[in-house]
Each structure stands twice: as C-alpha cells, then as structure tokens.
Design a protein around this ligand. Structure first.
Ligand code: C5P
Length: 224
C-alpha cells in the first residue's frame, strides 16, 4: 500500500538527497518544496521586490497570481526540475543569493498559502515523498511516515559549502555557515508555520551518519 512520506528539518541536512533516493527505491514521486519557495524568491529578486537592504512584500503579494511554478521531469537526470513561468530555473534557485533572501519570502503568509495549496494538490495521490519545513505539520498532517532531520550547523555548512564550490560558486565557508544559521533562526521563529518537530515525527540526526546508513534506516521505516 502506497503512503505519504513527509521529510522536514533544518536547511542543508540532506533532506533532498535522502528523499530522492527513497522516492526512487519505492517508485514514488518526489517533491522538493524548498525549490518552490526558492523560485518565488528568484522572481522577487528579479523584480526588485527583495534585496539585501529592502523588501516590498506588498508588491510581491500583488504579483503572486502571475507566478507560475511547475516541476518538469528530466529523464536524463531522473528527477524533476523547477520551472518559473516556463523557464528552467533549477540552477539559479540554488545560489547563495537566493538562499540569503528565501527565508524572508517564505515567512510571507500569502506566499505560504499559495504554495501549500499547490503541495496539497500534488499529494492527492499517495506514493509521494515531499521535503520541506512544514510538510508533516501543515501540508500533510496525516502522513503515515514523518521524519525530522537535524545535524550540527557546522556539518551542514560544510556540506553546502562543498556543493556550492563544486558548482563553481564564489563563496566562503563563513558566509555559508552564517546563512545556515540565519535561515534556521528565521524558519524556526516566523509566525506562519514555523519549523517545529511534529509530535509523531521521527527525529533523525545525521551529523555522523553516511548516506548508505541513512537510506537503509529510512527505507526500513518506510516499509514497516
Ligand atoms: O529546503 P531548502 O533549503 O531549499 O528551502 C529553502 C528555504 O525555503 C528554507 O530555508 C525555508 O525558509 C523555506 N521553506 C519553507 N517551507 C518549506 C520549504 C522551504 O519555509 N516547506
């Protein structure tokens, strides 16, 4: 019987890596909700609605109906890529520039309402693995399997730093650590659906755990 799997947790805990592997092994659909918040943020940056020094959420809220988001499956990669108004933005949404603005945008109630509605619709059919911050608490409170991933900020910053370097981005470790801490803070303290450990979620600290062990444990849980 197919189930709904909700994977929440702090930024850069490796949620998407595990979620993708699980979805593949189980033949489920994988949805990266962070990509949706990132795409809205990219739109807001391009329009000048948010920057390091300013934010105009009213204009962003007014523009929400003209933001179309779509996941398109890429056969070669084996997973879906994010499209913003029919443009593939998969690479651009992962920059540190977007990471620096995304938690501000994700704290806007109207943004969350729009995205949560889309996410609920995607989950109408069972057999889905969704990762984010509020999946087990808000999007799918009835999910059969909920995971909450954690790891030390330093471990997470190291992983993210390496990822960004591998892509050729010009960043420092300190900058990435600062961003990880700042997103943790904003995500956990915002008024709208803050990041919290759902009562029935399994907490999973992977600071000292390799990918294979993580996958095996989760896969076992999911099949139980
Ligand atoms: O998962 P990822 O790190 O790509 O998410 C980027 C940001 O989007 C998070 O730091 C958080 O501010 C926001 N987010 C959210 N709710 C979700 C997924 C992401 O608020 N379900």
């Amino acid at each position: 019987k197919k189930i709904t799997i909700a994977i929440d947790g702090y930024s850069s805990t490796g949620k998407s890596t595990i979620a993708k592997q699980l979805a593949k092994a189980l033949g489920y659909v994988y949805v990266d909700t962070g990509a949706m918040y990132r795409a809205v943020t990219l739109y807001a940056i391009r329009k000048g609605f948010v920057s390091e020094t300013s934010e105009d959420f009213e204009s962003l809220i007014a523009a929400l109906p003209s933001i179309s988001l779509k996941f398109v499956h890429n056969e070669d990669l084996g997973f879906s890529e994010m499209y913003l108004n029919n443009e593939n933005v998969e690479k651009e949404i992962r920059t540190l520039e977007v990471s620096k603005q995304v938690s501000k945008v994700a704290a806007v109630k109207e943004v969350r309402t729009k995205l949560v509605e889309m996410q609920k619709a995607m989950g109408k059919e069972k057999g889905i693995v969704m990762d984010g911050r509020d999946i087990g608490s808000v999007v799918f409170p009835d999910a059969e399997f909920k995971v909450f991933m954690t790891a030390s900020p330093e471990t997470r910053a190291h992983r993210r730093y390496k990822e960004l370097l591998d892509r050729g981005d010009d960043v420092t470790y300190d900058e990435v650590l600062k961003n990880v801490r700042s997103r943790d803070y904003i995500d956990s303290n915002r008024k709208e659906s803050p990041l919290i450990l759902a009562e029935d979620a399994i907490e999973f600290d992977n600071s000292d755990m390799g990918l294979i062990e993580q996958f095996e444990r989760m896969h076992n849980y999911a099949l139980r």
